[in-house]
Design a protein around this ligand. Structure first.
Ligand code: C5P
Length: 402
């Protein structure tokens, strides 16, 4: 992979666990890759790794205390200075404090006020890692948009063997490189994304809709824009908003959503259809509010246009079309069938049966289905899933347009 770290500003957060000794190697690798690194550590971390070593390798003072003598460390500006805050190792205690927003030392203040993306590599004993409290805390952090790296399996400080080891510095470096590598890959490319529900009116005050909040699609639009693409987001009714850089076209109905997609589709390189489009709409919309009357009311529905199928049918070999599938049974078969029927390049399958997936949750656990592969991704924040998906799309587009 080309070196994406040259000139990047990284705040390396070190917390107090045995694995902290590996942060010395990690720091050296980051610096060697051309990154400018400042180290901020918890008071407990000083027991495990010497600030003198870290200061020498980073050529910067190591920050531990909020105030020292008459100097106050500006934690807000540190988070604004960095392109990425990387916390390695992140101990069980620090993860719990981060999840509850505690702020009792400089490190905690920095991460709580960081406006840059935050990535963390947890390290702890297996029983702590598997405890429901830690599971919940990890899920909370993923929901905040933190990039939570997995743990490794192997020998633990306790003498036991299992899950909870800090990832090796080389693996952490790979994750950091991948994070930065995706940041400019789609410059000059155009994308259209649909997100949110559609509202199909019955009369002036009622509609048929669904519980979609649009979060997953909005995160995808944001991630495409952050990767440099020119993004149009066709957004059904929701209170959520995309980044200002994303051109948002608000729509209500499936018919309006299709029209807005048709307007831009021919010009786009990537189309991601993440909207939860109503399959049917009322055949007629009453001019006035429908009055309560008989004990039964029959509403005739007609089929809505399938926007994903439209894109699949119209696409050229230089365009990538991605659809979503939310299935409750026989999930993989349905997703594969959908991929073929709608002529999509990828289907992102999310299962509402999995904990932490589906409508309104900040996290998602998805399976990526293409004509020749099925890949399960672990539970992660929707933001992280979006970044990972955009990385994959950038890679596919580069191959396709080469
Ligand atoms: O057929 P189904 O609704 O399960 O397919 C889901 C996928 O198709 C999603 O990507 C969704 O955005 C898209 N879709 C669409 N237009 C419709 C129905 C679904 O674009 N009318």
């Amino acid at each position: 992979m080309e070196n994406a770290l040259q000139g990047k500003r990284i705040l390396l957060g070190i917390t107090g666990g045995i694995a902290a000794y590996k942060s010395i190697l990690l720091l050296r690798m980051l610096v060697q890759a051309g990154a400018e690194v400042k180290v901020v550590m918890t008071p407990a971390a000083r027991q495990f790794v010497s600030p003198l070593v870290l200061a020498t390798l980073s050529k910067q003072a190591v920050l531990v205390e909020l105030a020292e003598g008459d100097t106050w460390a500006n934690h807000v500006m540190l988070g604004r200075w960095a392109h990425l805050m990387l916390i390695a190792p992140a101990t069980c205690n620090t993860i719990a404090k981060m999840a509850s927003g505690l702020c009792d030392n400089l490190f905690m203040a920095v991460q709580l006020s960081a406006t840059c993306p935050v990535m963390l590599a947890p390290a702890m004993d297996e029983d702590m890692w598997k405890h429901p409290a830690t599971r919940r805390n990890i899920q909370t952090l993923a929901g905040y948009g933190y990039h939570v790296l997995p743990v490794a399996t192997g020998a633990l400080a306790s003498g036991l063997h299992g899950e909870g080891r800090l990832l090796e510095p080389v693996a952490i470096m790979d994750a950091v490189q991948a994070f930065f590598a995706s940041s400019h890959r789609l410059i000059g490319k155009k994308a259209v994304v649909t997100a949110g529900p559609t509202y199909e009116p019955l009369d002036p005050v009622r509609f048929i809709g669904n519980h979609s909040t649009g979060l997953m699609g909005i995160e995808i639009a944001n991630a495409l824009a952050l990767a440099g693409a020119d993004v149009t987001l066709v957004l059904g009714p929701t209170h959520l908003q995309a980044l200002p850089v994303v051109k948002t076209i608000p729509v209500q109905t499936a018919t309006q959503m299709l029209a807005a997609v048709q307007e831009v589709f021919a010009e786009t390189d990537i189309a991601v259809m993440a909207a939860a489009v109503a399959d049917y709409r009322p055949a007629a919309v009453a001019d006035q509010k429908i009055k309560k009357g008989a004990d039964e009311l029959n509403i005739q529905l007609v089929k809505n246009p399938d926007i994903l199928a439209y894109c699949g049918g119209a696409k050229t070999s230089r365009q990538l079309v991605v659809g979503f599938a939310l299935e409750t049974n026989n999930e993989l078969n349905h997703a594969q069938e959908k991929l073929r029927r709608k002529n999509a390049d990828l289907i992102v399958l999310n299962s509402p049966n999995k904990v932490g997936s589906g409508f309104g949750t900040p996290t998602n656990e998805v399976t990526i289905v293409s004509a020749d592969s099925v890949t399960e991704w672990p539970l992660a924040s929707k933001q992280q899933v979006a970044h990972q998906l955009v990385g994959l799309l950038a890679e596919k587009l580069e191959q396709q347009q080469a």
